[in-house]
Design a protein. Structure first.
Length: 177
């Protein structure tokens, strides 16, 4: 396989599995900025080790395995933070992620898109500002003329609403309000 073909194949695989790998990292480090850093390191490691990847195996599982090691390294360097997962918790989450079927992630993403459409314009705006623009509650509150506490409360309510809607959409819950 030529270098261009190898690069294209790697690029296609990484693009296809980006949201799963990034979501896995974010679920362990909780901070989007930290997740970006760990994802960049993971992508670099994946490229450096791509010759070791077996084409008959799951790229998603391989990538999440490499991400796991990068997350553990990252967390060890941030021991001063108040809340973090220990190595055992990361291992358990990794095992759960590895067992999840590829289609399950896609179904969850589709359910999330469906449920996002059910939110009000203001609720979508709060989600967009917090998760896409990475504004903190204080910044959002200032922009919208609210208190940081009310933004936190609203985000908590929206997350609960989305969680319940996704579970309902996937058939894991009887009804959604």
């Amino acid at each position: 396989m030529g270098d261009l073909e190898k690069y294209q194949q790697f690029s296609d695989q990484l693009r296809e599995h980006y949201s799963v790998v990034y979501g896995f990292i974010l679920s362990l480090v909780h901070n989007p900025d930290d997740a970006d850093d760990v994802f960049q390191q993971t992508a670099l490691t994946l490229w450096q080790k791509y010759d070791e990847f077996r084409e008959d195996s799951s790229f998603r599982a391989w990538a999440c395995g490499i991400a796991r090691f990068n997350v553990l390294t990252f967390l060890r360097t941030k021991r001063r933070d108040r809340v973090q997962f220990n190595d055992e918790a990361v291992e358990l989450l990794t095992q759960w992620q590895a067992k999840a079927e590829d289609g399950q992630q896609t179904a969850r993403q589709e359910a999330l898109r469906f449920c996002m459409k059910k939110l009000s314009d203001l609720q979508r705006e709060l989600i967009r500002r917090y998760y896409e623009q990475r504004e903190n509650a204080r910044e959002i509150a200032e922009a919208l003329g609210r208190t940081a506490h009310s933004v936190h409360s609203s985000l908590k309510h929206i997350r609960t609403k989305l969680h319940d809607c996704i579970k309902w959409r996937l058939g894991e819950k009887e009804d959604v309000q």
